[in-house]
Design a protein around this ligand. Structure first.
Ligand code: KG4
Ligand code: ZN
Length: 344
């Protein structure tokens, strides 16, 4: 069989992306466009996101194909994220992908967006881009972004078990909402981290949600409310800079401590894990990364985080996930003509 080459589309949230990846994991061409139209609203507006995907994707696909210097005939299959995510965007990306697959007479591979995040650490990147070697199954994944916050036992391709998740907000969502309260704009996770460097993490005794509880679920909405109570006396007045920095640092400390506690439980639930792996935009946070690396070392596990641009939403991860699924099916002698339907 010829080595498969896969074209993939990602439109589940506010990143419009497409990529072409070969069976060895080489990125033949890639584009990511982060829609900034949502910033004034302080959150992603699904309708605007879907319309942007629709107007951006056709030319992005053309440019990606041109940049790869490949002919359409060289493509083996077309893949797209089909869920979970914002339904309008998912419909745009998956319908376009299916349409191309039909017109070009190629199979269409529906990809679960979470599975794509989960398998990204296995992408065999060149050494220049990676700090630690690619991981093998089984590993524990901590996925934390604006939309997701969960611990997943990754045992093999298609073999996942969710050990815990958030009962309310995702970690990134909490970062964004607190950043907004502190007047740091949206999405403010990175700005909050920068401000926290100037603050004292012990200045405000905020709740460290779920710490000490059984299992590995998360909760961040109470913490967010506690921050809003601290700010109430100030109304719309600007906060003194040092106070804002101290709140940022205390909030980040509460989140980091919660994550450490929850993942300690997750590792106990999944002792087979050889590595602790993190992905999602929150994995960009250096305080959180350092805590995770330390936790992994104490448990004798490898620690691995994909390069930053592959932590946040992108289409390379979708193409790579499709490659893994395709190659696993071929090994088993299954002909993957069509992997259709909306993934849950
Ligand atoms: O994975 P991502 O790009 O998109 C999805 O939400 O799917 O993650 C974006 C999230 C935002 O909530 C953003 O504020 C957060 O990741 N984030 C951070 C940092 N950089 C991005 N949170 C904390 N610290 C950071 N340095
Ligand atoms: Zn995502």
């Amino acid at each position: 069989a010829v080595a498969p080459i896969i074209l993939a589309i990602e439109t589940s949230c506010d990143e419009t992306a497409c990529a072409i990846v070969d069976s060895a994991g080489s990125i033949l061409a890639e584009q990511v466009f982060s829609q900034m139209e949502h910033a004034p609203f302080g959150g992603v507006i699904p309708e605007i996101a879907a319309r942007n995907h629709l107007s951006l994707l056709p030319s992005m696909l053309e440019q990606t194909l041109a940049a790869s210097a490949l002919k359409v005939e060289s493509l083996t299959a077309i893949a797209a994220s089909t869920g979970p995510g914002l339904i309008g965007g998912l419909i745009v990306g998956s319908t376009l992908g299916k349409g191309l697959a039909m017109a070009w007479q190629k199979p269409f591979i529906a990809i679960n967006h979470i599975e794509a995040h989960a398998l990204t650490p296995r992408l065999p990147l060149p050494h220049t881009l990676r700090h630690t070697p690619r991981v093998d199954f089984p590993y524990l994944l901590f996925l934390a972004s604006g939309g997701h916050c969960q611990c997943i036992a990754v045992k093999g391709i298609g073999d996942y078990r969710k050990l815990g998740g958030t009962v309310d907000d995702a970690a990134g969502e909490a970062f964004d909402k607190v950043a907004k309260m502190l007047g740091l704009g949206w999405p403010g996770g990175a700005a909050l981290e920068a401000l926290a460097k100037e603050g004292n993490p012990k200045a405000y005794p905020l709740p460290h949600p779920m710490v000490g509880r059984a299992g590995c679920d998360f909760s961040f909405s109470g913490l967010k409310t506690s921050v809003s109570h601290l700010l109430m006396p100030y109304g719309h007045d600007p906060l003194p800079r040092q106070m804002a920095a101290d709140i940022a640092a205390s909030f980040q400390y509460a989140v980091t401590h919660t994550i450490e506690d929850r993942l300690t439980h997750a590792l106990a639930l999944f002792p087979q894990a050889t590595a602790l792996v993190t992905a999602g935009g929150v994995a960009a946070n250096m305080a959180i990364r350092a805590t995770l690396a330390d936790l992994a070392a104490r448990h004798n596990k490898a620690f691995m985080a994909p390069p930053l641009r592959l932590c946040t939403d992108n289409a390379v991860m979708v193409a790579w996930c499709a490659q893994e699924i395709w190659q696993a099916a071929q090994k088993k002698g299954i002909k993957l003509a069509d992997r259709d339907g909306m993934a849950a």
